[in-house]
Every structure is written in C-alpha cells, then in structure tokens.
Design a protein around this ligand. Structure first.
Ligand SMILES: NC(=O)c1ccc[n+]([C@@H]2O[C@H](COP(=O)([O-])OP(=O)(O)OC[C@H]3O[C@@H](n4cnc5c(N)ncnc54)[C@H](O)[C@@H]3O)[C@@H](O)[C@H]2O)c1
Length: 249
C-alpha cells in the first residue's frame, strides 16, 4: 500500500503567524496542494489569495484565537490542521531582560501555542480527527546565551506537543512539533540588522553550511499532514541543516 505524502485536497488549515516567514510558506505550500487556508496574525496578510480567511489578532488573546477558529467553523465547518507557529525572538543579555519582555515572550510563544492547541483540540477531539503542529526551534533542545526566554518557551512548546499527543492520541488527534534551525525570515534578518546575529557565522555553524529556507519547513509540515505521516505523533522533528546534530565548534 502506497500512502500519499501530501495533504488531502480541501484540507482545512489554520496557521498562526501566517502573514510572513515560515507561517506564510506553510500557507502557500498547503494552498498549492488544494488546502483551504485561514491565517491568524497580528498583521495584515500581504497579497492574500482569494478564498483565504485572514483574521487579525494576537495568539496571546484567547478571544482572538477563538474568533479565528469560529470563522473556520462558519466557512468550512471545522479544522483539520492547526499550526501554532506565531512567535518571536529577542536576543538580550539575561541580566537586562525585563519582566515585561519575559512575560511577552511567554505570552506569545507558549501561551499563544497553548490557546491555539486548546481551541483546535476542542473541535478535533469532538470530531475524532485532526493534526496540531507547533513551531518549536533548535532551541527547544539546546541552550544559547542571551536567549533565556526564547529557549525556555521553545522547550516548553516541544513538551506541550508530547503532552497533548499523549492525551488526545486515543481520540484520533495527532500532535507534533517542528524544530527549525536558523531560517531565512524577517525574524532573523531583523536580528542581523540590529547586530545581534551574524548571518555568515550562523551558516558556517550548520553542517550543511547554510540557513534553512521557510519552504523547507513548510515541506515537513505538509508531509506531517499527509496520510504517509499517519503514525507520527508526539514527535519533535528537526529541520535545521544539521545544527543540533553537531556538537563540535
Ligand atoms: N526564523 C528562524 O530562524 C526560526 C527558527 C526556529 C524557530 N522559529 C520560529 O518560527 C516561528 C515563525 O518565525 P518566523 O521566522 O517566520 O518569524 P517572522 O517574524 O518572519 O514571522 C512571524 C509572524 O508571526 C506574527 N506574530 C508575531 N506575534 C504574533 C502574535 N502575538 N499573534 C499573532 N501573530 C503574531 C508576525 O506578525 C509575523 O507575521 C516562530 O515561532 C519562531 O520562533 C524561527
């Protein structure tokens, strides 16, 4: 039996943080395979194709998250894939990290992922089927200086995926986390522009000697939403050009 490696046509996808970067690449990849796309982002979605549902709001606000899922309920009768992707990074020395910035990172990266998963889970457990994906990070499994809040939230997101996979697997819901390495998006280019990251050094650190493209993260998400991945749940999957495999300087 050959299982399809692409999502079924008509798949109903919600992706948070889908206005740009990894989230946008995920939305584009699924749409190219016939999926119906809903985006929740604090920003407007540039050049959104006709037929996409574009919801403005923050993943850290339960009402905004619920409104996006409700829009999918109204338009399409539910959700098949919920991708909790929205997040941000702030590289600052921990002795200078304000409580406000710590809380903001936890609110968006962790609580936002939880709220998205819970709203999705309410529908998927009821329907007895569904897939929840999170964008964790290479920093879910290794640490890094000046990244305390980011590392803490991404490790928590990875274990949130395992916890929910354990709880909702018997109800037909799969839950996985993607762990990208440094990926060429605005998040990274802004930190490079601010002098907080060195793009050439980042590329040199990875065994493939380059950064990851957002489309390469989207390809893994698309595979995870396909029948070929029907036994994959509770996994934290690296797409990082080999970064976490390499412990040598
Ligand atoms: N770029 C990388 O190197 C990299 C590596 C590993 C993990 N990640 C993770 O991937 C995810 C996406 O990152 P990216 O590189 O595409 O970033 P990005 O900054 O290019 O895009 C992030 C998107 O999320 C949206 N967003 C931010 N806060 C939000 C909120 N509170 N509510 C709704 N939307 C919000 C932004 O408006 C933006 O459209 C993040 O969780 C990030 O931590 C990125």
């Amino acid at each position: 039996m050959m299982l399809s490696p692409v999502p079924a046509p008509g798949t109903r996808l919600l992706v948070t943080g889908g206005a740009r970067g990894i989230g946008r690449a995920v939305a584009d990849a699924f749409a190219a395979q016939g999926a119906r796309v809903c985006i929740l982002d604090r920003d407007a979605v540039p050049e959104a194709p006709a037929g996409w549902l574009c919801c403005r709001g923050s993943v850290a606000e339960a009402a905004d998250v619920e409104a996006a899922f409700a829009a999918m309920d109204d338009a399409w009768g539910g959700v098949d894939v919920a991708f909790a992707n929205a997040g941000f990074a702030m590289n600052v020395p921990t002795l200078e990290l304000s409580l406000t910035d710590w809380r903001r990172t936890v609110d968006v990266n962790l609580t936002g992922a939880f709220l998205t998963a819970q709203a999705a889970g309410r529908r998927m457990v009821r329907d007895g089927a569904g897939l929840i994906l999170f964008t964790a990070s290479l920093y879910a499994s290794v640490g890094g200086a000046e990244r305390a809040a980011y590392c803490a939230t991404k490790a928590a997101v990875a274990n949130l995926a395992r916890a929910l996979a354990s709880e909702w697997g018997p109800r037909g819901v799969r839950v996985n986390a993607l762990a990208p390495g440094y990926t060429e998006t605005t998040l990274v280019s802004d930190l490079v522009a601010a002098g907080r990251l060195d793009a050439a050094a980042l590329a040199a650190r990875a065994p493939l000697r380059r950064m990851v493209q957002p489309q390469e993260v989207a390809a893994l998400a698309s595979f995870l939403a396909s029948p070929a991945a029907s036994a994959i749940t509770g996994a934290v999957l690296a797409v990082d050009a080999g970064w976490t495999a390499n412990g040598a300087p």
